[in-house]
Design a protein around this ligand. Sequence first.
Ligand code: GLP
Length: 233
Amino acid sequence: MNIITVKDAQEGGKVAFELLAEKMATKIKTLGLATGSSPLGFYEAIRQSELDFSDMVSVNLDEYVGIDDQNEQSYAYFMQKELFDAKPFKVSYLPDGKADDLEAAAKAYDQIIAENPIDFQILGIGRNGHIGFNEPGTSFDETTHIVDLAPSTIEANSRFFDSIDEVPKQAMSMGIASIMASKTIVLMAFGAEKAEAIKQMIQGPVTESLPASVLQKHKDVIVIIDEAAGSKL
Ligand code: GLP
């Protein structure tokens, strides 16, 4: 893993943006995108840039189950606001958390990923080391699936909702196998609450109890952190 330490989240977003701009010069086709607060500076840098995505495909990591894309807490809404309104793609995919048949929707999403191999995947990391919504204990072989969110994830994500009861208890997430198939992965983490997860991801054993540790086995991972997130390394 290549680790880059930056001053703060905004500078981290700019560094991630530069990495993307370099890759786009090599005519990549598909971006894997993430939500959460960690990539906000990255999306801001893209919005302010001249980059054009009208010929590209985006594939998002995850979506809550049971809320639709008009709900401000949905990841579809987040992506529209942070990126797609300003920078439309040829086509943008997110898991369909409102599907009647969630299993079929998960299979369909795997098909989409198979047809659009991800060139450049953006990741955040949960405090418990989750990537996407792949919680501790998820098999490294998993593809798109329905997840029961860990209590710590529900608690962490409740800051975006009026009350913890409104946080969806399930999500649909790209699996670890699909994330690992991405050619380049850029993971961003800022703040002391990520320090333990970052330490375990980089220096701990590769174990399904810390999903992000699987990235030690990937050939092209860039980790962008601030000093607080790197304080336990
Ligand atoms: C959520 C998302 C993840 C994200 C993580 C960290 O659970 N499903 O994709 O990486 O939270 O979020 P944040 O960047 O806001 O700390």
